[in-house]
Design a protein around this ligand. Structure first.
Ligand code: UGA
Length: 433
């Protein structure tokens, strides 16, 4: 079977590599020529564990990349994985998706090619795609992804479920899609088969639920620090109930990344467009929007003025093991500090995250991005942790205590060993502590 994947960002590239590993002939299509050229030379455009190995295994065997949509003529199935970024008002920008559908349309020749929308799209979009392709005699599906950045390859091969949305026109071609996903059928992965709209909402509702857990614990953290409450024990105590579960109850600076913030905002807009008021979902967003500011105010209270103070920022990408800076809480913190005249020395364990940050602040003399975490703390007036990278816990804090000017640490993810730091003479402030 020949498969095309349109859009080779982290979703599309993971999908293309996974399908190549299953043995299909895969072509990845993207409009960005530099990205395509790089991939054809075996270079990955993003940092993801396992991605490089799969690329070098399949490139020039059963995997290639192109900007030429005409390859779709020979494809049996086409996965649409283009970005659906947020507009300024939080609604979803479908321009890339619509443009991809229009560009591929002339090549959808022959009968019953499978067109599988994988991009996260507002409820009703797959129906729109179908109406655009109605004359092409294709079978249209919606099949959301549940890949975590940094663990995308792992998640591709170990999904918690496969959701497939179809309608009366595509129902009879479901078996062709099962053939593509035979590996998961054999693995007894749960398949959830439903209509397009339900499948579309499953994606938004899943991310919004995760965001809700985070905003819930973050709001409780604000209460916790006014009382003698240990927020980590609180999370454990709540999460021990299997109906609630431990995950996504770790207090921090709020959720970032390219998915949770945009999907929550998009769902709010979808409610509003339906004439409904999303009270709970709006609250999830507003707690998240204010979380970094809340922690920043806590930092502010420790100094007569932040002007001229130097801070070591540990954690630049939106989470560990990725170079993705989108909606990074670390950057939000950096911007708040810079606005007060502070100086920044920044570090992330992922080299490309440091390189990307350098691009962003290329003309700002108040920020240095360093390749050594210990250099960041030299003469610093405080350390701020912004991601839950366990490697920050493993740093030599005794060495840091000797290099730093002012022994104070703001643990924005509650990951450090608080008693150990206190024993080293640090003042320790966390989220909810
Ligand atoms: C998220 C979902 O977890 C995936 O299932 C989904 O497929 C993906 O979005 C997507 O829609 O493509 P991702 O954006 O990679 O994945 O990030 P998460 O691991 O969900 O983390 C999101 C943010 O929440 C991060 O900033 C993280 O640090 C923060 N977080 C997470 C917390 O603050 N506390 C927690 O307890 C957990």
């Amino acid at each position: 079977m020949k498969i095309s994947v349109i859009g080779v960002g982290y979703v599309g590239l993971t999908q293309a590599l996974g399908l190549a590993e299953f043995g299909f002939d895969v072509v990845g299509i993207d409009i960005i020529k530099e990205k395509v050229d790089k991939l054809n030379q075996g270079q990955t455009p993003l940092t993801e564990e396992g991605l490089e190995q799969l690329l070098s295994k399949h490139l020039n065997n059963n995997l290639s990349f192109t900007t030429d949509y005409s390859v779709i003529k020979n494809s049996d199935a086409i996965f649409l994985c283009v970005g659906t970024p947020p507009r300024q008002d939080g609604s979803t920008n479908l321009d890339f998706l619509m443009s991809a559908v229009n560009t591929m349309k002339p090549y959808l020749t022959g009968n019953h090619k499978l067109v599988i929308v994988k991009s996260t799209v507002p409820v009703g979009t797959t129906r729109k795609v179908y109406s655009m392709l109605r004359d092409n005699n294709v079978a249209v599906f919606f099949n959301p992804e549940f890949l975590r950045e940094g663990l995308a390859i792992h998640d591709f091969f170990n999904p918690s479920r496969i959701v497939i949305g179809f309608d009366n026109n595509s129902k009879q071609y479901l078996n062709n899609l099962f053939k593509i996903y035979e590996y998961f059928v054999n693995k007894n992965t749960p398949f959830i088969l439903t209509n397009w709209e339900t499948a579309e909402l499953i994606k938004y509702a899943s991310n919004t639920f995760l965001a809700m857990k985070i905003s819930f614990i973050n709001e409780l953290a604000r209460f916790a620090e006014h009382h003698n409450i240990d927020i980590k024990t609180l999370s454990k105590g709540i999460g021990a109930d299997p109906r609630i579960g431990y995950s996504f109850l770790n207090a921090g600076l709020g959720y970032g990344g390219s998915c949770l913030p945009k999907d929550v905002k998009s769902l709010i807009k979808q409610f509003e467009a339906t004439g409904l008021e999303p009270k709970l979902i709006s609250a999830i967003d507003s707690v998240n929007e204010s979380q970094v500011k809340w922690f920043f105010n806590k930092i502010k209270q420790e100094y007569p003025s932040l002007e001229g103070k130097t801070f070591a920022i540990f954690g630049l990408a939106f989470k560990p093991k990725t170079d993705d800076l989108r909606e990074s809480r670390g950057i939000a913190m950096i911007d708040l500090l810079l606005s007060q005249g502070s100086k920044i020395k920044a570090y992330d364990f992922v080299p490309n995250a440091r390189a990307n940050l350098l691009q962003k602040y290329i003309n700002d003399h108040n920020i240095e991005i360093l390749d050594d975490p210990y250099e960041c703390v030299v003469n610093a007036d405080g350390v701020i942790i912004t991601t839950d990278d366990a490697k920050f816990t493993d740093l030599d804090w005794s060495k840091i205590s000797e290099l730093i000017s002012n022994k104070i640490v703001f643990d924005g993810r509650n990951i450090l060993d608080e008693p150990k730091l206190r024993a080293l003479g640090f003042k320790y402030l966390g989220v909810g502590k």
